[in-house]
Write a new protein. Structure first.
Length: 494
């Protein structure tokens, strides 16, 4: 039976006269009928959210003592983890990924983030000091942090549950109202999240869920609303720039994690076994649909042929579209429209002098997967550095490979992009790794690894890859308003 996904507005499940279909990228089957939020629904969510966070009903949420609010969050988190099978099922249906991936890298890991942010908030200390002013006054100041109000949490489709948790958790922990707008491609796990919140002690209005699209839909209604106090967005760089323009009206805060064209540098002393394992994941995990995935590999010329041969063999042997496969495998791309975009850029490779040593096309099946949005893991060599395949973010299982001769050339190649999200350095020379890492204009660099990551660690980007810091303390600070209170200290009358 097809599911019907509604909006959750200020404690009520709400339908709309306008709906859209969510279809499986695995086989094209109808997953759900989704109710698209109207501008009136978004306005109601914002108005109620403002009341319980910083308005007349803030005693229910925003003004609660931290420990009392966190007790509610901890209880909710336990109930969310109890629904982990439903969360996994929802993300599998929306994305077409396997149970192996959804269970190991999404489900409980995302649910536990709510506890992680609650724990981090406990140690978010206030500051204070005494001082003497120029006129001889003595004083003391201290700081505290208050809720900002209503935070719009706009999430991508690649890891929908994890991204929702990374935005909603710090917003709620700091006493804000969080309004979640998931991608229209992945609405299902957000609905499970809303179900658990609806059954919790989190007050009505502290969380709302609005479904829809960007332009002239829920995304635009939410970001343009003047009583939305901050916007946190993960997605495509062009959309992030548009959100910044809208947020400038009212000088509202934004936190943007955007695109990437991430590079890996493989030096002559790299352990090729470790490189092969790490770069199989960094290039092809989740069908390349991770913001940190590697799309460019620069390999020392002395190891170039070895690397290309080894990675081509790996790419040609990757399991594609087997949802019950217990091990590394890749799902489809999230939609046929996204596959069309990736395939169009793959088709430019031979036009610009490059050639594929693996993939380059669409796999064939003799089953329901023929209706899916699958694409082959693809590795190309010989493309010039100004080719569209090298310059543009594909967000698919693709890898451009080129040789370099020395360290400075490798750094220059890696930095020759408008993006600056992540990079990998593969070398056994620790001095080289420590020397090269700060020269890469990216927000996160891995050495001899990829995505070994504490989800509470700082996350940022350079250039077109984003603005602001996320993760742990940084997300808690973004989700709160700092305040300094200064008091005069009078001398004793005695």
């Amino acid at each position: 039976m097809t599911k019907e996904l509604k909006n959750y507005i200020a404690g009520r499940w709400v339908t709309s006269s306008k709906t859209f279909e969510k279809r499986s990228p695995f086989n094209g089957d109808l997953v759900a009928t989704v109710h698209e939020a109207t501008a009136e629904m978004v306005d109601k969510a914002v108005t109620k959210g403002r009341e319980v966070s910083i308005g007349s009903q803030a005693n229910q949420w925003g003004d609660l003592p931290m420990k009392q609010r966190l007790a509610v969050i901890y209880d909710f988190a336990d109930n969310l983890i109890a629904r982990v099978d439903d969360l996994i099922e929802a993300d599998m249906a929306d994305t077409g990924r396997s149970y192996w991936q959804a269970s190991k890298f999404d489900g409980a890991r995302a649910a536990r983030l709510f506890r992680g942010y609650a724990d981090a908030a406990i140690s978010l200390e206030n500051r204070s000091t005494q001082f003497a002013g120029e006129l001889g006054f003595k004083g003391m100041w201290y700081t505290n942090r208050r809720p900002k109000g209503v935070i719009a949490c706009i999430c991508p489709w690649n890891v929908p549950l994890l991204m929702a948790a990374m935005k909603v958790a710090p917003a709620l922990v700091m006493g804000n109202a969080a309004i979640l707008k998931p991608s229209e491609e992945t609405p299902s796990s957000a609905t499970v999240l809303a179900e658990v919140i609806a059954a919790s002690d989190i007050p009505d209005g502290a969380f709302s869920l609005v479904h829809g699209f960007g332009v002239d839909s829920a995304g635009a209604f939410l970001t343009a609303h003047p009583q939305v106090d901050a916007i946190t967005f993960t997605g495509e760089s062009g959309t992030g720039a548009s959100i910044m323009k809208v947020a400038a009206k009212g000088l509202r805060d934004v936190s943007l994690e955007l695109g990437g064209k991430n590079a890996a540098l493989v030096f002559e002393d790299a352990r090729m076994d470790a490189v092969a394992e790490g770069m199989t994941r960094s290039a092809f995990f989740n069908c390349g649909q991770i913001c940190f995935c590697t799309e460019r590999a620069y390999v020392h010329r002395s190891r170039f042929d070895e690397y290309v041969k080894r990675m081509a063999n790996i790419a040609n042997g990757i399991v594609i579209g087997q949802r019950d496969h217990d091990g590394f495998n890749i799902p489809p791309l999230v939609s046929h429209s996204h596959r069309d975009k990736v395939k169009a850029l793959l088709d430019t490779v031979p036009e610009h002098g490059g050639e594929f040593v693996a993939g380059g096309g669409i796999p064939t099946f003799d089953d329901e997967r023929e209706n899916g949005a699958f694409i082959q893991p693809s590795i190309a060599i010989g493309s010039p550095e100004d080719a569209p395949f090298v310059k543009q973010e594909l967000f698919g299982p693709v890898l451009h490979v080129a040789p370099f001769d020395d360290e400075e050339e490798a750094i220059a190649l890696a930095n020759d992009t408008q993006y600056g999200l992540g990079a990998c350095i593969w070398t056994e020379n620790h001095s080289r790794a420590l020397r090269v890492a700060p020269k890469l204009r990216v927000g996160h660099t891995w050495v001899n690894s990829w995505q070994i990551r504490d989800l509470l660690s700082p996350l940022t980007g350079a250039g077109s890859s984003g603005i602001g810091e996320q993760g742990g303390r940084h997300s808690l600070e973004f989700s709160s308003l700092p305040q300094t209170v200064t008091m005069r200290i009078f001398e004793s009358d005695a």
